[in-house]
Design a protein around this ligand. Structure first.
Ligand code: C2O
Ligand code: CU
Length: 482
């Protein structure tokens, strides 16, 4: 199948409008306990992902558009979301990063029966944490998300930090044919055993973006959401000096990106909230460039300064966010658990180099011998099949737990835990600078990452790689909190 390849990647288009600035703070209304009603209809649709002369693309989406409708509430609100399935196959919706009751988590078979075609399931939960979240199916997600089923879910702070404007950018990449159709080769063995399904066309909010108008002196709060199946972005903001104010929706001490080159690295499913001070000169254009793959740098979007500045120099408003009500893990008394990820192409070699004896490396033949049954990736030696899983760990409820994770594979993995946010304590034994709260942590090949959290949310929770082809190839398990 032929693909558009570089031309589409390097084209930049227009990002329409820009969301309005965050609403002014007000007191919590008395009706906050009454659920806020929303409805989502999952159905086939059409979207203009790429500009003329290419045509529109057949997609699957919520509410007739990609991304689906933005769900925006205030912290403490209760949400009631009716999901209608107008697809030809089962689906569910998972509220990624939100600490919801287990029955509302949207994992087929594990937390609910899948929503059959023609049926509606209503989710209801409280927005405990303010932050940038998103929603997507958890049923055959490598294809359902890959075809466009996703949307942003924003929980506003009671008192948002001051900014001139807020933008929400949902990043995605698509594998398009020359006719701008989605290549139908979902779940292919090469994608599953390597870096996942990488596309050839990167979109922001469902289209190749045009230049975004900005003004000198303006402060923009930028909420980034990576909805791609597999693409990791390393965004180079050029001369701009973005400040990270939240990761995976959770506030963090404002800081410059930790990557030594100043890039904002965001793996699949992860979110980064930035404050951007537009310090350039009127009339100038700044390109935001993705540099994750060194041989494949491309301009994601341009920021175009207007001729008239907004103000002479950046504002000095405080940008720190108030913390969310997360229970603080007690590291000294935490139970410790080890998780080792193995498998994938070249995995046997990495295991031998790291001195890790897995069932696979002991079987000698590497992964090729196992490809017939779709078991490609292993979590503590087990490749998961489907969502009906025995728990790999049982975590004592309300106790603190440290999970030490080792990536004994040749690929990066964004590892996601449902129902909880966790602190990232260390990488390769070095304490992290900000002990950031995340729900998805990107682990590099051969890296060892320790996370900690209080298991305060009872139920069976998915723990999986968010490269959706890796998940489908076995890279998932269940933590039982009981
Ligand atoms: Cu964003 Cu288990 O998912
Ligand atoms: Cu993975």
């Amino acid at each position: 199948m032929k693909s558009i390849s570089t031309p589409a990647l390097s084209r930049r288009g227009f990002l329409a409008g820009g969301a309005a600035a965050g609403a002014a703070a007000s007191l919590r209304p008395a009706w906050a306990d009454t659920p806020k009603p929303f409805s989502l209809r999952a159905a086939p649709g059409r979207a203009r992902l790429v500009p003329e002369p290419w045509g529109e693309t057949d997609i699957w989406c919520y509410g007739g558009a990609v991304p689906g409708p933005e769900i925006r509430v205030r912290q403490g609100d209760r949400l009631r979301i009716a999901v209608e399935n107008a697809l030809d196959e089962d689906t569910t919706v998972h509220w990624h990063g939100l600490r919801v009751p287990n029955a509302m988590d949207g994992v087929p078979h594990l937390t609910q029966a899948p929503i059959a075609p023609g049926e509606t399931f209503t989710y209801e939960f409280d927005a405990l944490d303010a932050g940038t979240f998103w929603y997507h199916p958890h049923q055959r997600s490598f294809e359902q998300v890959g075809r466009g089923l996703y949307g942003a879910l924003i929980v506003e702070e009671e008192t948002p930090p001051r900014a001139d404007r807020e933008l929400v950018w949902v990043l995605d990449d698509w594998r398009l044919t020359q006719d701008a159709a989605i290549a139908a080769d979902f779940g292919g063995f090469h994608d599953m055993s390597h870096a996942g399904r990488l596309g050839n066309t990167v979109t922001i909010n469902g289209r190749i973006p045009d230049a975004v108008p900005v003004r000198t002196g303006e402060r923009i709060r930028l909420r980034l959401i990576n909805a791609a199946n597999a693409r990791i972005f390393a965004l180079d903001f050029g001369d701009l000096a973005p400040q990270v104010i939240a990761l995976d929706g959770q506030p963090v001490t404002p800081h410059a990106p930790l990557d030594p080159r100043g890039w904002v690295v965001i793996g699949p499913a992860m979110r980064v909230d930035l404050m951007l001070d537009m310090a350039g000169t009127p009339g100038e254009t700044v390109t935001i460039t993705d540099r994750f793959f060194s041989d494949q740098n491309f301009g994601v979007v341009d920021l175009a300064y207007a001729e008239t500045p907004l103000r002479d120099s950046p504002p000095d408003w405080d940008m720190a966010l108030a913390p969310n009500p997360l229970p603080e893990p007690d590291i000294a008394r935490a139970r410790r658990h080890e998780v080792t990820f193995t498998g994938g192409m070249m995995g046997g070699m990495v295991e031998r180099q790291m001195g890790i004896e897995s069932r696979e490396s002991m079987m000698g033949g590497g992964m090729m011998g196992r490809m017939h049954d779709g078991s490609i990736w292993f979590v503590n030696g087990v490749a998961a099949e489907g969502h009906i899983l025995d728990p790999m760990l049982t975590l004592e409820r309300d106790a603190s737990h440290v999970i030490a994770m080792t990536n004994a594979t040749a690929f990066h993995h964004p590892i996601h835990l449902h129902g909880h946010s966790f602190r990232v304590l260390s990488r390769n034994g070095t304490p992290t600078a900000h002990r950031e709260w995340q729900d998805t942590v990107l682990i590099a090949p051969r890296e060892r990452v320790e996370i900690a959290f209080v298991a305060d949310n009872p139920g069976d929770w998915m723990f999986h790689c968010h490269i959706l082809e890796h998940q489908a190839g076995g890279m998932m398990g269940v933590f039982r909190v009981a």
